[in-house]
Design a protein around this ligand. Structure first.
Ligand SMILES: NC(=O)c1ccc[n+]([C@@H]2O[C@H](COP(=O)([O-])OP(=O)(O)OC[C@H]3O[C@@H](n4cnc5c(N)ncnc54)[C@H](OP(=O)(O)O)[C@@H]3O)[C@@H](O)[C@H]2O)c1
Length: 327
């Protein structure tokens, strides 16, 4: 496993880290024993950074992180998120009082005195125009409740606005073979300001593992079933916002580019690591075998220029016209 510096935090985090949404909920049935085994496998493989949120399984994912902390001695970082407990989810809800309450709850779930990294959880765009929200986060850092804070965003424009606030250490954004726009302008700006980038949904919800077919069935409580068209939350979070059939067609072309002894999931993760502005990819995983496969991407050699070009051409032809301008 290789490590990269996370913004200005002074932390070195594993370039393949761990996304803990699926082990909380909204991805069909999961069992905590298997989830914990996946978390242990991640630590065994050198992962030292985990991304969760207060709403993943209504705290289940955070509580698993606390359990992992008890069972292991090595140092690792846990990033969580706040804001999505708001109902309705409005910009006004992102106020000092609510944020403080959400953070107190996460501290309990995580069984800790201070949160390593707190991210605003894809708030409405208007929140990025309210300096008082970031002022409240600065105060929570001063009070010792947060070590650092950052944002998770839907759109490149939100990311660009967020990094104008000097306390923002990280931006979490969808970045993968099917979502390439962040690399155009945002990455250079983030690098200039030394802001860490967490690449989320790196496997386009599993589509870029190559295992999903036209006949794949997803459980009722799996967002790949209930949010395919954005019925419950931003449609970009499910299959990266790519139309299912189009995605499957592009995957067939990508399979031809997989290096010898590698898998499509590893190619997809390696592609993300080719961008030095990215601090880490945070693939979700439910089982130790998925973790083992994903972390191996860090040890793959760089992709050839020819492969990068071919991936770019597949994106340009199949995916770009459908998604590029949305996020
Ligand atoms: N708004 C936000 O801030 C937000 C939104 C989305 C995600 N995130 C964060 O980003 C993380 C990653 O995104 P994601 O989990 O949505 O999507 P992802 O990482 O693109 O896909 C994860 C899913 O793909 C499948 N998978 C993983 N590794 C695999 C492998 N090697 N082979 C085959 N299948 C594999 C697993 O599901 P199955 O086994 O069920 O197929 C897994 O749950 C999340 O866990 C979360 O921490 C944040």
């Amino acid at each position: 496993m290789k490590y990269r510096e996370l913004g200005r935090t002074g932390w070195k985090v594993s370039e393949i880290s761990f996304g803990a949404w699926a082990i909380g909920g909204a991805w069909g049935n999961v069992n905590d024993q298997e989830s914990l085994a996946a978390l242990h496998a991640a630590l065994d493989g050198g992962v030292n950074f985990f991304d969760t949120a207060d709403v993943y399984g209504d705290g289940r994912s955070e509580r698993l992180m606390a359990k992992l902390r008890k069972e292991r001695k090595e140092k690792f970082y846990v990033a969580t998120k706040a804001g999505r407990r708001l109902n309705p989810h409005t910009a006004d809800g992102y106020n000092r009082q609510n944020l403080t309450a959400f953070i107190e709850r996460s501290l309990k779930n995580l069984d800790t005195n201070a949160i390593d990294l707190l991210q605003l959880h894809c708030p409405p765009t208007e929140v990025y125009y309210r300096p008082e929200v970031f002022g409240a986060l600065d105060d929570l850092v001063k009070a010792g409740k947060l070590r650092h804070y950052g944002v998770s965003v839907e759109k490149v424009e939100e990311a660009l606005k967020a990094i104008e606030f000097p306390g923002v250490q990280t931006v979490q954004i969808i970045f993968n073979i099917f979502r390439q726009r962040p690399a155009e302008l945002f990455f250079a700006e983030a690098q200039r300001r030394k802001v860490g980038i967490l690449a989320r949904v790196p496997l386009a919800s599993g589509l870029l593992s190559g295992k999903i077919t036209r006949n794949s069935q997803f459980a009722k409580d799996d967002h790949r079933n209930f949010n395919r068209h954005g019925e419950a939350f931003d449609r970009g979070e499910t299959f990266s916002g790519v139309d299912f059939e189009t995605g499957l067609r592009a995957v067939e072309q990508l399979k031809k580019l997989v290096p010898a002894k590698a898998t499509l999931a590893q190619l997809a993760l390696r592609w993300i690591l080719e961008f030095p502005a990215v601090t880490c990819a945070i693939p979700g995983a439910k089982r130790p075998a998925q973790v083992a496969e994903n972390i191996t991407a860090s040890d793959l050699g760089p992709l050839s220029r020819a492969t990068m070009k071919k991936i770019g051409a597949i994106y340009d032809a199949e995916i770009k016209p459908l998604v590029h301008s949305y996020w």
